[in-house]
Ligand binder design. Structure first.
Ligand code: ZN
Length: 165
């Protein structure tokens, strides 16, 4: 479970990433999960192998909204990037200059999308359902969700304030 969101802590190292986008860091490529799975296979440690797949699932899911730098070294973004039109994809750097903080473009697109918010709500309901049914003794783990929610909402309102100025 932890390895499924471990990679997003790279957000604290965004300043070292191309375009200051944490998804361009090596932590959002296929490389860490490949290493985790190989180490799990070498030591025949099933929990590590499963963790490697969980890590990889995160990277796969991230391809759908904004895409990721899958193979890291070619510096090319992969994925359907469903939140962006082809036009936006081509002119992205120009569009980002229209914002005081480039992150606002991605943030506002997400929170203005009804589909994204419905999926978000459905995933929350599914999470609670599956924890109650399958692992009720771990129910307190769902508190981590609210930490993440607080982080994202406070960033959203912070960005809204900055752009409104
Ligand atoms: Zn991510």
């Amino acid at each position: 479970m932890f390895s499924a969101f471990l990679s997003d802590f790279d957000v604290f190292f965004s300043r070292y990433a191309k375009d200051h986008n944490h998804r361009n860091l090596i932590t959002h490529s296929i490389i860490p999960s490949a290493i985790i799975i190989v180490v799990g296979l070498v030591f025949y440690w099933p929990a590590l192998i499963i963790s490697g797949f969980a890590y990889f699932m995160h990277v796969v899911v991230d391809m759908f909204d904004w895409g990721i730098n899958l193979f890291y070294f070619p510096k090319k973004t992969y994925g359907p990037r469903l939140f962006m039109s082809n036009e936006e994809e081509e002119n992205l750097s120009k569009i980002l200059t229209q914002y005081k903080n480039g992150v606002s473009f991605f943030d506002f697109k997400y929170y203005n999308s009804k589909v994204a918010l419905i999926i978000e709500a459905l995933l929350f309901i599914l999470m609670v359902f599956f924890i109650i049914v399958l692992a009720f003794e771990y129910i307190l783990i769902s508190l981590i969700y609210f930490l993440g929610l607080y982080f994202h909402l406070s960033r959203h309102y912070h960005l809204k304030k900055i752009e409104a100025k």
